[in-house]
Design a protein around this ligand. Structure first.
Ligand code: GCB
Length: 602
């Protein structure tokens, strides 16, 4: 085994999926839980060589055929009872035969990448005993290049996932959700041409009002190309949007650039009315197609003007639902397939919402694709949550890289409303410096999407006012998220009729409010921990939102009860019970209340 530490992805950076053919390595993998992380390391003969103990003349302790079996994608916690609370290192191993098509592609000089769609927290990867990568960007896609010389007919792929909590990580040691570990999303092998389209995304710069449904748009289609030698002999790049009779070709001189889509007459993508257009980008050399991608793009624009949030130049009221990326069912766990994601979105849409807060970490890209098609606006978020060691250089690097990678992942998705870089963070040392840099970087990467964060505000003089507190990150947000728990944490519900929300100098909407309502428990509406008081708190909260003229919308916390080891009283038993529905989708009385409120809302 090589001792060389390899970082993520060589020169390819973020590798956009698009509709590319990739070989899914999902399914059963060998799995071994190891609380040292040292298994197989620092031995002359080890797991990476795939040796068989019975065939060797000295003791071989490791054999992937002796491993447990586990499904990928999926957290390890909910696959076997004994792994429920395991937070160590998980070793995944599988043998992999290379296909004749892949072999031929490599012989033609194509490149081979391993793409992990998302891992929690950190990962190390070995291919036939050679370490090919190492990265810590929790919940975000990673790609590692495999040297074609290392590819054999039969290969051994070993991945170590490190799911330990640590002070310097994001999220840090204490948080209100469950630490699901493992290869929680798909794993794929991608053969790419020597020169390829690494990313391409449409973004608006300005939308001008036109006649009826037709609107003139100022926007750009930005692309980035990859080539190991950074040369483009005889290459052209073509963008086509057949439904708009648009076709434009340029000869390639640099690795990145834009197509100007200004003044195309289009139908807009609107929340609730998802108009998407098929776009195709082709890279050709001397007339021969070298690489091609297809995307669905939508034309829309988000603006923050004064205290007004606008979508396609009209003031917009957000009717939101917030959730965790946890599947429906008594066990919880990470979604294992598209159906799990669609079930959660179907349930959310039954409320009549127009907006999803994907809290508190980046979700699989399938969520964004679904929201593009369903016409749901999206808030994405990195897990900068509660306590954060900003001045630790490791933390700083994870935060800044995560923010960039999240924006790269969502760039070009019509559903995007805003990017959140923090939730309820305190003024700890280094916060302004590190977060200021991260906000600046994402705004450069995608200037068309507002930046945000969720803030707590103290309850003083009968009001919630974010601006009365010095927050070193406040100046960087374009739109403000307010988390307030009137009726639950502070103040008590009887004081809510006098309470108000202050909208300061920027658009503001409520990103969290709520109360626990354990299934099956009824009781007095002025006592906590029952479904009736949960409903009473919602009624007072909604009345407060209605008193606030400038508010841009609200989002209950949370769609579904979710696992959390912070919640250990007799009513909660390891689950946060603030859901509008129980773990299996059992609707609570507040569900109907929200449906009615969303119907009436402007
Ligand atoms: C919050 C957090 C959220 C928690 C919630 C709660 O303010 O942002 O992650 O789950 O409160 O239930 O207390």
């Amino acid at each position: 085994m090589s001792s060389k530490k390899v970082n993520e992805c060589c020169d390819a950076g973020y590798l956009q999926l698009n509709d590319r053919a990739s070989r899914l390595l999902d399914g059963e993998w060998g799995f071994f839980a190891d609380n040292m992380g040292a298994f197989g390391l620092k031995r002359s003969r080890n797991v990476f060589e795939g040796l068989k103990p019975e065939e060797e003349d000295r003791a071989i302790e490791y054999d992937i055929d002796g491993f447990d079996r586990i499904s990928v994608p999926g957290d390890w916690n909910t696959q076997k009872e004994e792994f429920l609370l395991f937070e160590g290192f998980g070793w995944y191993a599988r043998k992999l035969a290379i296909s004749s098509v892949e072999k031929e592609a490599l012989l033609r000089g194509q490149r081979l990448f391993l793409r992990l769609d998302g891992v929690n927290y950190a990962v190390d990867v070995w291919w036939n005993g050679q370490q090919i990568g190492s990265a810590e960007l929790p919940f975000l896609p990673l790609s590692f290049e495999i040297d074609s010389e290392q590819v054999q007919d039969e290969n051994l792929l070993v991945i170590r996932v490190d799911a330990r909590r640590a002070e310097h990580r994001i999220p840090s040691e204490r948080y209100d959700w469950f630490n699901y570990g493992g290869l929680i999303r798909s794993v794929r092998l991608m053969t790419m041409p020597g020169r390829f389209i690494a990313s391409a995304a449409y973004h608006s710069t300005q939308i001008l009002r036109g006649e009826g449904e037709l609107t003139v748009v100022n926007g750009q289609y930005a692309y980035e190309l990859q080539a190991s030698d950074r040369k483009w002999p005889g290459h052209t790049l073509t963008l086509e949007i057949p439904e708009l009779d648009y076709q434009q070709s340029i000869s390639v001189e640099q690795a990145s650039g834009t197509f100007d889509l200004s003044e195309l007459a289009v139908e807009l993508w609107q929340p609730g009315k998802a108009r998407l257009y098929a776009a195709r980008m082709s890279l050709r050399q001397d007339g021969q197609t070298v690489d091609q991608i297809e995307q669905e793009i939508g034309f829309k624009q988000i603006e923050c003007i004064g205290t007004e949030l606008r979508v396609n130049q009209a003031p917009f009221y957000l009717k939101g639902v917030a959730l965790h990326e946890e599947r429906l069912g008594a066990e919880g766990g990470k979604p294992r397939n598209l159906q799990d994601i669609q079930d959660l979105l179907d349930l959310a849409q039954e409320t009549g919402c127009n907006f999803m807060r994907l809290a508190h970490y980046p979700y699989d890209e399938a969520w964004l694709r679904e929201c593009d098609r369903r016409g749901l606006l999206v808030w994405d978020e990195i897990p900068v949550y509660w306590e954060v060691t900003y001045n630790d250089t490791r933390t700083e690097s994870i935060i800044r890289q995560s923010a960039k990678r999240m924006v790269e992942l969502s760039r070009g998705h019509a559903c995007m409303l805003c990017h959140a870089l923090a939730n309820e963070t305190w003024e700890l040392p280094g916060r302004g410096r590190v977060m200021g840099a991260a906000f600046k970087e994402i705004k450069q990467l995608d200037p068309s999407i507002p930046a945000t964060a969720a803030f707590n505000a103290p309850f003083q003089n009968n009001q919630y006012d974010v601006e009365c507190v010095e927050h070193s990150i406040y100046e960087h947000v374009d739109v403000v998220g307010l988390n307030e728990y009137g009726g639950w944490y502070n103040p008590p519900v009887k004081e809510l009729p006098q309470a108000n929300i202050v909208v300061g100098s920027k658009p503001l909407f409520v990103t969290e409010f709520g109360a626990a309502g354990p299934l099956g428990r009824h009781g007095a509406s002025d006592e906590l921990w029952n479904l009736d008081s949960q409903k009473a708190i919602y009624e007072e909260q909604i009345a407060m939102f209605e008193r606030c003229e400038k508010l841009s919308g609200w989002t209950p916390w949370v769609l579904k009860d979710f696992r959390s080891t912070l919640r250990a009283n007799a009513f909660q038993k390891g689950w946060n019970r603030k859901g509008l529905v129980g773990p299996e989708g059992e609707k609570k009385p507040v569900f109907e209340l929200i449906q009615n409120a969303f119907k009436q809302e402007k």
